[in-house]
Design a protein around this ligand. Sequence first.
Ligand code: 5CA
Ligand code: ZN
Length: 419
Amino acid sequence: MLTWPPPFIPQIPGRGFPVQVRDSSTDRLVLAAAGQDATLYVCGITPYDATHLGHAATYVAFDVLGRAWRDSGYTVRYASNVTDVDDPLLERAAATGVDWRDLAAEQTALYAEDMTALAVIPPDVYSGVVEVIPAVVEAVEVLLAAGAAYRVPSPDALDDDGLGDVYADLSADIDFGAVAGLDDDTMRALSRERGGDPERPGKRAPLDPLLWRRERSGEPAWDGGSLGRGRPGWHIECAVIARDALGLPFDVEGGGSDLLFPHHEMSTSHARLLDSGHGARVHLHTGMVGLGGHKMSKSRGNLVLVSALREQGVDPMAVRLAILAHRYRDDWDWTDAELHAAQDRLERWRRAVSGNGGPDADSTLAAVRVALADDLDTPAALAAVDAWADLALAGTAEPVEGAPGIMGRLLDALLGIRL
Ligand code: 5CA
Ligand code: ZN
C-alpha cells in the first residue's frame, strides 16, 4: 500500500538519550528498543470515520517515539497496517450503500492526507489485509498443522464443504494472558465487546479467536488454499504483517489502550506460536481521547475529524500541539479550549523564534531530550520550550545568535512541530 510523503527532519546538535517507556504488560519502565535497530509496529486504522482526534493522538504519540529513537542515533523500522477487510467496515459500507472497497480507498486516502498534515513520519512497511491474504492463509495452515488451531463447522457458509471456520486454540499457548494480565471474566466481557464471539457454539474455549472465516453470502472472500474460500480474522492480520515486516521478536507493539485486550493479547499469542515463543518485547498503549466525556469512537459517533478541522482552516500544527500537551498514556477529552490553548502557544512560540538572536537554546534542547527519554513526557518538553519562549519574549537574556534557529529545528525534529 502506498504511504504518504515523509516530512523533512532537520539536523540538530548532539544526541538524544535512550528512550524508556512504561510497558503495559508489566507497568515497569523499560528501554523501548533492545539495540540500535529499533522496530515498531503500530496498529493502523479500520478505514471508515478516519481520521478522528483519537486516531491522530495515537499516531502522533508513536511518531514522537520514532523521532526520539532517531535522535539517539538509532535506525527505525516502522510497520503498520490498514484493516481494509473486517466486520465493522463491511457493516458501515452496507449501511451506507457504498462498495466496501470504495469506502476503504477513500478513507485510507483521507488518513494519508491527515498524517501528512500532522507531519507524521510514514511507516516503512504499510500493508492492507487484502495484500497479505496468502501469508495469512499460510500462517493459519501452520497453526492447524501444529495443533494450535481447529475447525468449527460453519453451516451458514456459502460453500459448505465441511471445512468450517478456523479458530486458534489458546490452550496451546502457555503464555496466553501475559500481555494484558486480566482475569477470565474481564477477558470474556472485553472479547464480547471488541469483536470476539465467546458464545459461539463449537469452540473449544470461549476466548479462542477466529483465524479464518469462510465465505458468507454478500461478504468478500479470497482463495484460502486448504482452508477454503474466506477471509482472515482480525488478530492474525497484525501478527503476520508485523512478523513479515520486522521479524520476531520486535521491539514495540503499539496502539490505543482499547487494543490491549483482546487484540494485542491474541496477536502476540499467534506470533508466539508461529515463531517459537516470540512476539513483541514491549507493549505500549495510548490513552483514549474522548469527546463530551465518552471515548471518541466510530460506534458512538462522537467524533472530531482532523480533516474537518483542516477544512475550517485550523493549522494542523496546532492540532498536533494540542495532542502533545497530554501525556500519551492518559485519557483526556478533546475540547475547543484545548485547541485554543494550542493555537495561543503556537503563536507565542512563533513570535519567540522570530529574532536572529535569543536566549541560549542548549539547556532547552537537553531538557526536551530528557523529557522524551522519560516515557515520552511531551508535557514536560512543552514546558521547557515555554520557559525558553518566556525568556525570549521578555528580552532580558543575553542574546545568542542562531539560538532561535536551533529552537525551530529542535521543535521540528523532535516534536514534529513546524513553526
Ligand atoms: N484496525 C484496527 C487495529 S488493527 C483498529 O483498531 N482500527 S481503528 O481505526 O479503530 O483505530 C486505529 C487506532 O486508533 C488504534 O490504534 C486504536 O487503538 C486507536 N484509537 C481508536 N480510538 C481512539 C481514541 N478515542 N483515542 C485514542 N486512540 C484511539
Ligand atoms: Zn492491529
